[in-house]
Design a protein around this ligand. Sequence first.
Ligand code: 26M
Length: 814
Amino acid sequence: PVIAPPSTVDGFVREFLQNLNLERGVTLSASNPNDRYIALAYTVRDYLVARWLEDQRRQRETQAKGVCYLSAEYLLGRQLDNNLLASGLTDIATDALAACGIDIGELRELEVEPGLGNGGLGRLAACFIDSLATMSVPNVGYGIRYEYGIFRQTFVGGQQVEQPDAWLSLGSPWEFPHPEAAQTISFGGHTETYDDGGVTRNRWVPGWDVEAVPYNYMVPGYQNGRVNTLRLWSAKATNSFDLRVFNSGDYEEAVRAQTFAENISKVLYPEDSTPQGKELRLQQQYFFVAASIRDFLDHQLLPDFDLTKLPERVIFQLNDTHPVIAVPEFMRVLTDEKGMDWDAAWAITQQCFAYTCHTLLPEALEVWSVDLLGRLLPRHLEIIYRINEEFLVAVRERFGDDEMRIRNMSIISEFPERSVRMAYLATVAGAKVNGVAELHSQLLRDKVLPDFDEFYPGKFTNVTNGITPRRFVRLANPQLSGLITEALGGGWLTDMERLRELEAYAEDPDFRAAFAEVKAANKRRLNDVLLARDGFEVSDGHMLDVMVKRLHEYKRQMLKLLHIVTAYEGIVSGAVAASDVQPRTFIFGAKAAPGYAMAKRIIHLINAVGSVVNDDPRVEGRLKVLFPPNYNVTLAERLIPAADLSEQISLAGKEASGTGNMKFALNGALTIGTDDGANVEIRQLVGDDNFFLFGMSEPEVEGLWARGYKPSEFYQADDHLRRAIDLIASGAFSDGDKSVFEPIVSNLLYDDRFMVLADYSAYIDAQAKVDAAYADQDAWTRSAILNVARCGFFSSDRSMRDYIERIWHTPPSL
Ligand code: 26M
């Protein structure tokens, strides 16, 4: 058995120096900062590894039902601090390094965060595995080890330029490669029928294959001695590629073929909506789920396991449709490889999968053309056809020959080309289907999949998203955490409903003063970070108004921008005296998908407005617009604790949940938001007095669409709106060149799918209320405290309890 080093400063120093010598091959005095960071990471690992091995042994031994979380993305964020916190080693490590003359804070900054996700969906997966480990629930997270994560964003002349994210280039001390546990994953080829002792069966004759090599990551629970596993797959060329060299002598061609295989896990696709139907993306999806299923069957089950008992042993949770090709793969393995008959296999499959949907936008629902699927995975296409046939037979039995309904429910859509609707496949196969916030789950049943809800009563459910308080409260906001612990004592980090006890403290002037001081300190810390990172300064006395999330039209960064332009226009037109303006700093953080032209133009406009507003002396420094590039988890951890105001202003009915909204509220920012996603639940919990609600409700949005929405009417009718848009159109933010932002202006005036103009005046009014409320700092602080006190519900621990109770039915803990 592995024995952890002693949990003392001396023990840590010894282990650290040993790692520097043995793993890095350097002495302390000859080491560079990267050597020291890697040796530190190895040292933390050394403390966790014994626990990890023990947990893996126990999971195999008990064979209790566990969760395989299948997600194409895990947006992990930096590992060092998280793993120190989980193992209770933060102070020991700090002192040990100090004893070696090293500032641990400097090493911390060297870690390049693993950005293996786009945004909310990937970060949610990371929060969930943290909570499962903390709650001692056996779980393996499966995903893809992208060699390049989400691109690094830079601005050139205010426009987004993407750089590759070479996150592995300085070493990756947190991963454990296991080439010996590689799986061979096949693609292409054709299917054939054959005679299996008198029965005719179909089988797959693949055309080519790749190796899937697992890399394990430790997922330590918070100070509970548990360590779960995140297993990410990396593609490697198989020997068959080498054989080809041998046989053909065409060396260059063989190497090219190798590159082709290894491309599969090369890069994360940076689109987080409107899937493009790219072949490589489907290869990625099949690659990781096929490897994961095989890994589970080969390594997690005991050798003589009775496969009919699988539903008592495992549930595969599908994080959106990206891993849904796992369904026909599972069927193929059970029938073609394990010889099970179809009906038995299907009955098992329907109990072993559950599906989480993360969207309502029709263009975000994934479909794969039959043509492409048939070329890449011909046997899987046959299996999907059979699932669909039997499903439609059952639908006819139930509803009669209602051809309209059949067409609407078919897993195969015929237009614009014959394709497989992955959300439908997941819904038919899954034991449960869940949305990610109450409103979203309701709309999913009523608007997106109503026929399925009718056909499968009880299948649809809700699990409202959550966030891990370890990373987003304890690590991101140590001062607030300290204040809470002073008030409540320990234990609240794993029992967030206890934050309710803070309600009483909201009435205590001393506590309010301490809370306000924490916020001020977080702003100073942010100022240091932004100054070092981007040369930005956050002025004293400014309200910090923050909108950070992917750039999407439905999220309505344009609405925020129109508010800023309106405030600016008021000052320069003389309508408002600068001295009467409540000082505010607006901070944006947002990446645009590289192919999303409108989103990129909006980024350009935000930067353009920023340069003009920030440099105009008439503003007297009272409005500042900052857009630090490359918003990521690391920056979020600095920005969110400093924020006063959280912008959650999507068009009602479009944001499935949002999770940034929860992070802000739990860090004592007030929300200005629409009645959308989890905002609805935040407002219910914190109360109307502590939330700035504005804008149309979802039914009102529907109503306005139905009547025929004409954005230009709102433009004509509202003076402020007209002046703001005219100012943009005039070229005021583009050196007089009217063409630069013309596409944005005409989109707003003549299309405006997300009804920015319709909600503008309500937004401006709500912002006036924000200004008025902020003028009473003490009342604002009281509201902020109540936000913290009442948002314990949004701990991802609670989300995990809901999944366990409503979907997984796994035993409480081991
Ligand atoms: C799909 C196909 C090809 C390439 C990329 C994709 C893809 C990747 C990520 C599509 C969507 C992706 O993410 C969507 C997402 O992040 N959705 C958000 O999920 C959060 C967690 O549930 C919610 O809080 C957000 O409201 C929702 O927008």
